[in-house]
Design a protein around this ligand. Structure first.
Ligand code: PHE
Length: 331
């Protein structure tokens, strides 16, 4: 067998291949089990020892050359394939892929909007702790341990690690920040304090055991309920629009006197309570060490979920805490 001839033919055949399957076929023809080269190897046995040596060496070389050429050709095919595929895939007239952006939770949006509005009318935003002491959550707010009004706030108490330790709790409202802020700052002052609150009670359509409140506090030499009414009307119109209707009726809180409840109409036309409020009780000023009757103020605590319910027409506050994207993504 003329090995030079075989090698030449093989090279031509490989070059002629138009695709991978033709190349495979050709490779098999030369290098496969019954291929030309393999058959030549098996015929070496018929030769003399010295011929075996030289022919065998040559055959090895030819086999290596063919294998090399097949490999090279295969590489060419694969590169071309990749190129032609990627060329055909780029359609510059196609609209781009939309990048998905996250967005704010409706409650976060409400809080930020309320903050913006109150900042416009001269209030600063401050924060206080969620883990509160019994003192700030109750005592400083004119609710001593034996006061029946403590029942209004079903409380998650924190277990004491030492018997003498003061009692801690998850704040049941943002009102402790009235005392906290008054202790450290000098009136005149205007603040709002947004934050999460917790109550150990059954949930329903309008109550969660966890909810957000925004406390408001304005203290000056002369502050009346009329000032409160003006602020809350202004706020509701800015938040809900010029037609927003509010209703103020008497209520009771130990830390305000007089106390009121503010309600708004929801989309169904029903009144829904959105906040408790009133004039700061003299005992609160006393608890923070102010001289009696020097300052006056109003305070309020507005329910963030209630605002969201009215603004977005939700009928169950608990939906806001279930992480259901079908709901959340609507806002
Ligand atoms: N903290 C009261 C509540 O959660 C609301 C309130 C705040 C009432 C401020 C009066 C003044 O029920």
């Amino acid at each position: 067998m003329d090995l030079d001839q075989v090698s030449k033919e093989a090279q031509q055949a490989i070059n002629k291949c138009r695709d991978l399957s033709e190349l495979e076929e050709t490779a098999r023809h030369y290098l496969g089990k019954k291929g030309v080269v393999t058959t030549a190897f098996s015929q070496l046995t018929k030769l003399s020892l010295s011929q075996k040596k030289s022919e065998g060496k040559k055959l090895n070389q030819v086999q290596a050359i063919i294998a090399d050429q097949v490999k090279q050709k295969e590489k060419d095919f694969k590169e071309n394939l990749f190129q032609s595929q990627s060329e055909s895939k780029i359609d510059i007239s196609r609209p781009g892929k939309k990048i998905k952006l996250g967005h704010l939770h409706p409650l976060t949006k409400v809080v930020r909007e309320v903050e913006d509005i109150f900042q416009l009318i001269g209030f600063s935003v401050v924060e206080g702790p969620e883990l509160e002491t019994e003192y700030y959550n109750f005592d400083a707010l004119n609710i001593p341990a034996d006061h029946p009004a403590r029942d209004i706030w079903d409380t998650f108490w924190i277990k004491k690690s030492k018997p003498k330790q003061k009692k801690n709790l998850l704040r049941t409202h943002t009102s402790p920040n009235q005392a906290r802020y008054l202790e450290k700052n000098q009136p005149p002052l205007r603040i709002i304090v947004p934050g999460m609150c917790y109550r150990h009670e059954a949930t329903d359509r309008t109550h969660g055991f966890q909810f957000m409140q925004i406390e408001g506090l304005m203290v000056d030499e002369q502050v009346s309920l009329a000032n409160f009414k003006a602020v809350v009307e202004r706020f509701s119109q800015m938040f809900f629009g010029p037609d927003a209707e509010i209703r103020i009726i008497p209520d009771y809180f130990p830390f305000t006197e007089p106390s009121v409840e503010v309600s708004m109409r929801n989309k169904a036309g029903e009144w829904l309570e959105i906040m408790g409020a009133g004039l700061v009780h003299p005992n609160v000023f006393k608890a923070v060490g102010y001289p009696p009757y020097q300052w006056q103020g109003f305070a309020f605590g507005v329910g963030v979920e209630r605002l969201a319910m009215i603004k977005y027409g939700l009928d169950d506050v608990r939906q806001l805490y279930q992480g259901d994207l079908r709901l959340i993504q609507q806002f």
